[in-house]
Design a binder for this molecule. Sequence first.
Ligand code: ATP
Length: 410
Amino acid sequence: MKKQGITISKGHKNYELMLNLQLGIRHSVGRPAPTTSLDLKTSAFDPREKVWTKFPPEGSKYTPPHQSCDFKWKDYCPVVFRTLRKLFKVDPADYMISICGNDALRELSSPGKSGSFFYLTNDDRYMIKTMKKAEVKVLLRMLPAYYNHVRAFENTLVTKFYGLHCVKLTGTAQKKVRFVIMGNLFCSEYAIHRRFDLKGSSLGRTTDKPESEVDDATTTLKDLDLNYVFRLQKVWFQEFCRQVDRDCDFLEHERIMDYSLLVGLHFQEASCREPPTPDRTSGVRTPTGNADPDNEGAPRLSKVDMDRLLSDSNRWSSIRLGINMPAWAERTVRRSDCEAQLVGDPTGELYDVILFFGIIDILQDYDISKKLEHAYKSFQYDPTSISAVDPKQYSRRFRAFIFRIFVEDT
Ligand code: ATP
């Protein structure tokens, strides 16, 4: 499958920025540092905990000579992020190779509305997002609570953050670019055939791409484009519900809103971009099962089942909540008489899928602009349909929606 995004090579407008970022990360991660315990001191979380490093092109005592422009590099709360990487079991050498190895980063065609830029490492492990100053502030404010949350709940669905940095161009430009390094939810050998960004609100929640540009595999579809519900095995479903509750409680407590559940689907039987048609028997299950009327004795395994059984033992060990999860996607249809029906009616058509999901975009807090947006929009629309509500209402609506589209497979 074609890789997403455009490789940033020489001549690309962000080529120097990429070089700066790679030099900076190599410096931050490669620097010798004492091993710290997971019990961090409060002072490590102090927002004033930042380290500035100058990167002159000719090199310095601490930095190598380089081909990019003169710049300064800032590391926010370096001890906390180093410990987070340890907690998330990221090997420092692998991390450096992913981000600063020989391969260039890829720039995604601005997938979000916020104006942020997104970059992917060539091995697809990490996603780099540029941030506004206000978002950096939110992350630093909630860092102690975030740290405790991800430490307490190994299965948390909230985005994994690995580093927070800033590049400041010296000279006349004095431009600052702040960015966060996070895990790419869709890093997998399975091709992602569909991706949905779900918030539980209906307003403006369809893909805004013109029809001609919609590529089903790489376009991020939204709530009103969703045409499946997901059936999880009982134990996974229970764990899923528990974890969504814990994560939403945490976000609500931190007064965060506007987050999404990002869901990626891999159709087991699809080697192409389209999901298989439901009347094929392998990989697609009907509610009555795949009973073979001619087979009266012990069930015989088909080649497909046998292959699946063998590959399952490898797959099993790599399954985590939200990663590589086997599930059934049941197709839904919206009634044409019902405008903006958020969840369609189930059809009984079931597809064997592997799911990837997590909670992303968790750095918007309920600041004054949201209050204004809400007041303004509620004049024009039904206030429950808009995306900017307060964090408590947001979390309630988000969970209610998520628990309608994820169900126990009975
Ligand atoms: P908006 O303002 O439209 O909500 P944004 O610019 O704040 O968007 P995000 O919501 O963080 O950006 O992400 C936009 C898109 O980027 C997502 O819908 C998803 O397709 C992709 N994306 C973001 N974070 C991740 C991640 N951790 N893993 C994989 N894809 C991601």
